[in-house]
Design a protein around this ligand. Structure first.
Ligand code: NI
Length: 163
């Protein structure tokens, strides 16, 4: 079932999510709903906080392998390099911010069967993973914006916050 995506201004986006203790039916349902929500919104990543659930769970599209990664209780084991690129977010429709991120990351997480996995990612997937982990800590793309960018997007940001 498609969930409502929380938009900038919604307090829940600033909250810190907690680790999942039991990967049970509720988590399976959450993941299924998140997949439906992400697909329907045409996103390449989605964190549980964006649908109002404070659990350490995110999805990320792995285009190279044509799959969606489900990460439960994710940790970055290693980061390397730096790369600046423009980023969007389903919680910030039509807003794009330049963000410097690590160009390579090593992600450790649990899958839906409670099995630990490790993924080495670079490029867009590495960026997406860092973006989603930010969400789980209540960190948003706007936190990286320069004063000039904040000024540039001011009108749109004000509109989002009023909704
Ligand atoms: Ni986002």
């Amino acid at each position: 079932m498609k969930q409502r995506i929380r938009i900038y201004g919604d307090e829940v986006l600033r909250k810190t999510a907690s680790d999942v203790k039991n990967i049970d039916r509720n988590i399976a349902k959450l993941i299924k709903n998140m997949r439906d929500t992400m697909k329907s919104a045409g996103g390449i990543g989605l964190a549980a906080t964006q649908v109002g659930v404070l659990a350490n769970v995110f999805l990320a599209l792995d285009k190279d392998r044509d799959r969606i990664i489900t990460a439960i209780n994710p940790r970055l084991e290693d980061i390397n390099g730096k790369e600046i690129d423009v980023e969007g977010c389903l919680s910030f429709p039509e807003i794009y911010i330049y963000i410097e991120r690590a160009s390579k990351v090593v992600l450790k997480a649990l899958d839906e069967q409670s099995k630990e996995f490790i993924i080495e990612a670079k490029g867009l997937l590495a960026r997406c993973i860092q973006h989603e982990i930010d969400h789980l800590h209540g960190r948003l793309i706007i936190d990286y914006a320069s004063d000039a960018e904040k000024e540039f997007w001011k009108e749109k940001l004000d509109q989002l916050q009023k909704k």
